[in-house]
Design a protein around this ligand. Structure first.
Ligand code: ADP
Length: 508
C-alpha cells in the first residue's frame, strides 16, 4: 500500500472500538473475527486502541480473567441503568466488558425483542465508560447497527460537550442486511426524541421508525465497509437494501477495506484443532486431513473422490438454494462428496438434512456451530463453496486459500475482490467463480474446478498460490488508520447537501 497522504498528527491515536461480538469471547459470524483481530493489528502500529463489548452471561469471568474496574451510570429514557465494567486483555489490547444482568445474561447474543434497548444501553455505556476513565478518544469506531447511534449522539446530545470536542466517529458496515429498525418509543429510550424523526424524500418508508443503521450513515464522520467491491455495490439498488440513496449521498466518505484473517488463529502449520498440521512445503500431509474428514463424516474414504465443503450460516444470503440444487447435480454427475457445516433457518436446515439423508455416501451435514469441525473442513476439503447472493467480505474463502482449499465462489462483494477465476490458458487466478445467481452456473464452476483438480500439478500451483497470499490484517490496519486520520481532520458536521434533504420532525 502507498504511504497515506494525510496529516499524521497526532502521531498516536486513541480509539475506542465498539462491537456487539468479539472473538474469542462471543461470536456468531465475521463481525467477531474482525473485532478480535483488527484492533490487535492497529495496536501493533502503535495506536492506543481499546475494545468495548457487552459482557454476555456466558462469558466466564474466571476463564477470561475478567477484573472489575468500576461501574457506569447510563441514561436510558427518563431514568438510568447501571453497568458493571470488567476488563481483560486480548493480546495487549484492553477489552472493556459492560455487564448488566437484565440485558445480557441470556443464552444468545441477538434476536431478543428488546435488542434495541440492549444495544442502546451498551453503546451509551461504552461512551460513559470513556468519561469515567477520563479518556476521550480521538476516534469512536462503531460497528454495524448495534452501535450506530453513537455518531448520532455525538452530533446532537453531546454536540457542545467539551469532553467529546475532538472525538470523531467511524462507522463500519459489516452487513447492510441487518439494519436495526424499531418503533418510535426507542427514540425516547435513546434520549433522541427532542431531535425528532429523520425524513428523507427518497426513503419515505422511514417515517415513524428509528433506523439505527441509517443514523450511523448520516452522522458518522467516515463510513467503511469490508471490501472495495461491496462499497461500490451498496450504492446501487441491487445491493443497497433500500439504503442506496442515502449511501450515494455520502459516497465521498465511504471507503472499502478488505478484512484480513487472523493468522495466529488460522495457520495450518500451527493449528492445534487440525488433525494433521502442514505448510506449503509439506502439502502431501494435507491428504491425511482429507482422509480424516471423510472418516469422521462417514463418507467413503478415497482420495480420488473430489471433496467439497461449505461453512456458513444457513440463510438466503449464503446461497443455500443454489448449494442444494447444485449438490444434487454433483452427486448424480460428478460422484463427488460435500460436507456442510452450518446453522440457521429451520427450512434450510431441513432441506440440507434431507439432501444428506438421501445421499449418505456423498453428502454429510453438520447442523451445529462447531469451530473444531470448521478447522477440519478448511484443512481437509479440496474445494470450498461460497455461492453467496451477496457477500460483504467473506472470510471463509481467505481461510480456505490459506489452508490449501480452493474456493468456488459467486463473483460478488469481497468474494470478487479476493477470488480470481482460474484461466488454464494463462495459468492466472486462484479459484473458480461465476456471475449469474443460478445453480447451473455454480455447478458449471464446480465442474471446472474438478477438471483442474485432476491435474495434480495445476492444483498444487493453485494451492501454493493461495497459501502464500498475504491475507494478514497489517495491510488493512494501515488503511483503517488512514481513515481515522481523515476522520480526525474532517470538520465533523453532517454534510450540507444531506441536511438539505433531511427533514427532522418531532416525535408524535
Ligand atoms: P458471516 O456472514 O457469517 O459473518 P463470514 O464469512 O464473514 O460470514 O464469517 C464466518 C465466520 O464464521 C468464519 O470464521 C467461519 O469459519 C465461521 N462459521 C460460520 N458458521 C460456522 C459454524 N456452523 N461452525 C463453525 N464456524 C462457523
Amino acid at each position: 500500500m502507498s504511504e497515506p497522504k494525510h496529516d499524521r498528527t497526532p502521531p498516536n491515536l486513541s480509539v475506542l472500538f465498539l462491537s456487539a461480538e468479539v472473538f474469542p469471547y462471543a461470536k456468531t459470524g465475521g463481525l467477531a473475527d474482525v473485532a478480535g483481530s483488527l484492533p490487535k493489528a492497529i495496536r501493533r502500529l502503535g495506536h492506543d486502541i481499546r475494545i468495548a463489548m457487552p459482557r454476555y452471561g456466558f462469558i466466564d469471568r474466571d476463564r477470561w480473567g475478567l477484573t472489575p474496574v468500576g461501574r457506569v451510570r447510563v441514561p436510558m429514557g427518563d431514568g438510568e441503568e447501571v453497568g458493571e465494567v470488567y476488563e481483560t486483555r486480548l493480546a495487549d489490547v484492553p477489552v472493556y466488558m459492560i455487564d448488566n444482568e437484565r440485558y445480557f445474561h441470556r443464552d444468545g447474543i441477538y434476536a431478543y425483542p428488546d435488542d434495541a434497548e440492549r444495544f442502546i444501553f451498551f453503546s451509551r455505556a461504552a461512551m460513559e465508560l470513556a468519561r469515567t476513565l477520563n479518556w476521550s478518544p480521538h476516534i469512536l469506531h462503531c460497528n454495524d447497527w448495534h452501535t450506530a447511534l453513537v455518531p448520532n449522539w455525538l452530533k446532537t446530545v453531546y454536540k457542545d460537550d467539551p469532553f467529546w470536542e475532538h472525538t470523531r466517529t467511524v462507522f463500519t458496515i459489516h452487513n447492510l442486511a441487518y439494519q436495526g429498525v424499531f418503533g418510535y418509543r426507542i427514540l425516547e429510550v435513546a434520549g433522541l426524541a427532542q431531535y425528532g424523526f429523520i425524513v428523507h424524500p427518497e426513503l419515505s418508508h422511514w417515517d415513524h421508525v428509528i433506523h439505527f443503521m441509517a443514523r450511523g450513515i448520516i452522522f458518522a464522520d467516515f463510513i467503511t465497509t469490508v471490501s472495495p467491491r461491496y462499497a461500490q455495490e451498496i450504492m446501487t439498488p441491487e445491493f443497497g437494501a433500500g439504503l442506496d440513496p442515502l449511501l450515494r449521498e455520502r459516497a465521498d466518505v465511504i471507503v472499502g477495506i478488505l478484512n484480513g484473517i487472523d493468522t495466529e488463529v488460522w495457520n495450518p502449520a500451527t493449528d492445534e484443532l487440525l488433525p494433521h498440521r502442514f505448510d506449503v512445503d509439506h502439502l502431501d500431509v494435507r491428504a491425511r486431513n482429507k482422509r480424516h474428514l471423510q472418516e469422521e463424516s462417514d463418507l467413503p474414504v478415497d482420495e480420488n473422490i473430489p471433496l467439497f465443503g461449505f461453512i456458513g450460516r444457513l440463510t438466503e444470503q449464503k446461497g443455500i438454494d443454489l448449494l442444494t440444487d447444485a449438490a444434487e447435480k454433483m452427486v448424480r454427475h460428478l460422484g463427488a462428496q460435500l460436507v456442510i457445516l452450518g446453522t440457521g433457518e429451520q427450512r434450510w436446515q431441513e432441506i440440507v438434512e434431507n439432501a444428506a439423508r438421501t445421499h449418505p455416501r456423498n453428502i454429510r451435514a453438520y447442523l451445529t456451530f462447531n469451530n473444531p469441525m470448521a478447522h477440519h473442513i478448511y484443512g481437509g476439503v479440496d474445494m470450498l463453496l461460497m455461492p453467496s447472493r451477496f457477500e460483504p467480505c467473506g472470510l471463509n474463502q481467505m481461510i480456505a486459500l490459506h489452508y490449501g482449499a480452493i474456493p468456488v465462489v459467486r463473483e460478488v462483494g469481497g468474494l470478487a475482490d479476493t477470488v480470481h477465476d482460474y484461466d488454464p490458458r494463462t495459468d492466472e487466478g486462484n479459484g473458480f467463480s461465476f456471475r449469474p445467481y443460478d445453480s447451473t452456473a455454480l455447478y458449471t464452476a464446480m465442474v471446472r474446478a474438478v477438471e483442474n483438480w485432476k491435474h495434480r500439478d495445476t492444483w498444487r500451483r493453485l494451492q501454493v498460490r493461495g497459501m502464500t497470499t498475504d491475507f494478514s490484517w497489517e495491510r488493512s490496519a494501515k488503511q483503517y488508520v488512514d481513515v481515522y486520520y481523515r476522520a480526525y481532520h474532517s470538520p465533523g458536521t453532517v454534510p450540507q447537501h444531506l441536511l438539505e434533504k433531511l427533514n427532522f420532525r418531532g416525535a408524535p
